[in-house]
Design a protein around this ligand. Structure first.
Ligand SMILES: [Zn+2]
Length: 247
């Protein structure tokens, strides 16, 4: 079992009352630090770290309203890429949450809220759904984001990109996309093939021993720099599309 599989498994056992459920994060040093993108919802501030159980020094936390990825080259995608390339992040997880206000606030309500703040409708773009990346399903939003990041030319092929959904009431974690499986998938594969809608759930964890971040390579993996206990699969996605600026 790999890091995020172990986290979800422990979470599920804990949700069923197993008081001993937990993950010994120190056993997964090769997967640390992790890079996590979540929404800005303040309820996550105290909830998420405990649910993941990853020590703060191994937890690179990016946030935006709605944990939205608008494109494979968006500013958030660039930050995720730099979190791996500069900060040594080894796995990426995009974690949506239930009862997301970005999801459940209508366009009309958003217009009203802006107007109340002194921003009139005519100052906003015509298509607010597209502009803000608004979405109707928290699950689909995560799956779409994972797909865009997974296929980004900026993200190293050996970085797993996971998709999860956190229940803000119960603390249960649901696995939507297992990033270890999509590592070996063809570039054009649909993420739906790896979706686990009824996936596992939740909590607590332990301790970690720190490890140096590895250098992210966009080329073929170098066995000499592989971590001691790496994910058992090496990417077969060596043929990557050329970046737009290279064309
Ligand atoms: Zn939210």
């Amino acid at each position: 079992m790999r890091l995020f599989e172990a986290i979800v498994d422990a979470n599920q056992r804990a949700s069923k009352g197993d008081a001993s459920a937990g993950v010994h994060v120190s056993e997964y040093a090769g997967s640390l630090p992790v890079v996590v993108l979540t929404c800005i919802d303040p309820r996550l501030n105290s909830l998420l770290p405990g649910v993941l159980g990853v020590p703060t020094e191994q937890f690179i936390w990016l946030r935006n309203a709605g944990n939205i990825i608008t494109s494979s080259l968006s500013s958030t995608t660039r930050s995720l890429a730099l979190a791996c390339a500069v900060e040594g992040g080894r796995e990426i997880a995009i974690i949506g949450h239930t009862d997301c206000k970005v999801c459940h606030t209508s366009v009309g309500e958003i217009v009203d809220r802006f107007r109340a703040l002194g921003v009139q409708r005519e100052r906003l773009p015509d298509n607010l759904v597209e502009y803000f990346g608004l979405f109707a399903s928290e699950r689909q939003n995560v799956i779409k984001a994972v797909d865009l990041v997974r296929n980004s030319p900026l993200i190293g092929a050996k970085i797993p990109v996971h998709g999860l959904l956190l229940d803000t009431v119960t603390g249960k974690l649901e696995c939507l996309v297992n990033g270890y499986q999509t590592l070996s998938a063809p570039l054009s594969a649909s993420p739906a093939a790896h979706v686990n809608v009824n996936g596992p759930s939740l909590t607590k964890v332990a301790q970690v021993s720190s490890t140096e971040g590895e250098e992210v390579s966009s080329a073929a993996p170098n066995p000499t720099t592989a971590p001691p206990s790496p994910p058992p699969l090496l990417p077969r996605r060596a043929i990557r599309q050329r970046a737009p600026w290279e064309r």
